[in-house]
Design a protein. Sequence first.
Length: 101
Amino acid sequence: MLLAGAATVASGYAVYKEIGGDWPGEVHEVVGNAMLLLAGVHIVGVAVASYLHRENLPRSMVTGVKQGKVSEGIARAWWPVALALVLAVAAFWFLQWRSAP
């Protein structure tokens, strides 16, 4: 889904800047629709896994707490990656805001 998101952003930027003619718009539409399909499949997968494992996975996704053995948990937090991602998104928003008409 991250790659599809990157492709959507890149093709959307190409459409916005009118780079490459008409094909970036077609790519943007196809990849955007594929992302919607992937999101739907993901939601169905979460529902099926929740039913099969008899646990509320959406609650775990929101609260960050899940029942289980300590040995099955995540070994360490990836906060540097999360921080880098948040900073990259904030920088992109700032640059877009500054260049807005």
